[in-house]
Design a protein around this ligand. Structure first.
Ligand code: FPP
Length: 252
């Protein structure tokens, strides 16, 4: 049995996470270690995106959410931003046939209007072409930050209240969540961050209230199916209590 099959055999299919979110960090360091450009790291990172998407789909995971480009990433050197935008457009176009074969639906989250027209069109084309797919939903967070989405939601709520279309008394957690771009998507069960840093970096702050966090020093381009499967095994060993006691969970 190869290493991947061995790790996968430890997984309980009944306890698979419904939703996995990932912070793909470490592309730049991966390239630097090899004396290459940061862009080479991003290019290599696309292979990891392909691999985690494929494994998520094979394992029947419902939602995979990837932090592909943050609001703060716009502040990187222009050349790196341009390369990343080009790569994202190129990758999504190249992957489309495989996404369709695997019944994967693309969903875009973020301030997509800020993405340059060329890659933006490729993203919209891919989203539209996969709209009928019923397997894994791949959420791509682009020009996204959680404070951005929370601020936008607050603005929408205030606007509705100002127009008399929403009574402030009606605002509860469900109402607020329905104003976020993740409305209708279950909260992540597991958040994985590669690259050794142990922080959240303005990602899904509302949605990860009860997510299990998994940090690995492995750099994103080295994060393949084996590493992902290890994270899933680790997840299944955790006890999720959602604020209750162990005893309550055992009798639930
Ligand atoms: C973080 O590494 C990674 C990014 C800012 C971009 C992630 C993008 C990809 C993997 C490319 C394509 C994505 C899709 C969805 C097709 P970093 O540059 O911060 O690395 P460092 O911390 O080592 O500098």
């Amino acid at each position: 049995m190869d290493e991947l099959q061995n790790i996968l055999s430890q997984l309980d299919p009944r306890r698979m996470p419904r939703h996995v979110a990932m912070i793909m960090d470490g592309n730049g360091r991966w390239a630097k270690k090899r004396g290459q450009n940061r862009s080479d790291g991003h290019y290599e990172g696309i292979t990891s995106v392909h691999n985690v998407t494929e494994l998520s789909s094979d394992l029947g995971i419902g939602y995979l959410t990837l932090y592909a480009f943050s609001t703060e990433n716009w502040n990187r050197p222009t050349e790196e931003v341009e390369t990343l935008m080009y790569l994202i457009g190129w990758a999504i176009e190249r992957e489309l046939p495989e996404l369709l074969r695997n019944n994967v639906r693309i969903h875009l989250i973020g301030d997509i209007e800020r993405i340059p027209e060329g890659p933006r069109k490729k993203l919209f084309d891919c989203r539209d072409a996969t709209a009928h797919c019923t397997g894994l939903q791949l959420n791509m967070c682009l020009s996204y930050s959680s404070r951005w989405e929370i601020t936008e939601a607050a603005r929408r709520i205030a606007e509705l209240a100002r127009r008399g279309e929403l009574d402030p008394e009606e605002i509860d957690e469900d109402k607020f969540a329905s104003m976020l771009p993740t409305a209708g998507i279950p909260d992540p069960d597991l958040l994985i961050r590669t690259g050794g840093e142990e922080r959240i970096s303005n990602y899904l702050l509302w949605q990860i209230a009860y997510s299990e966090l998994y940090f690995t020093p492995v750099l994103w381009p080295d994060f393949g199916k084996v590493e992902y499967a290890r994270a899933l095994v680790d997840f299944q060993q955790r006890e999720r209590r959602f604020g209750k006691t162990s005893e309550q969970i055992a009798t639930d």
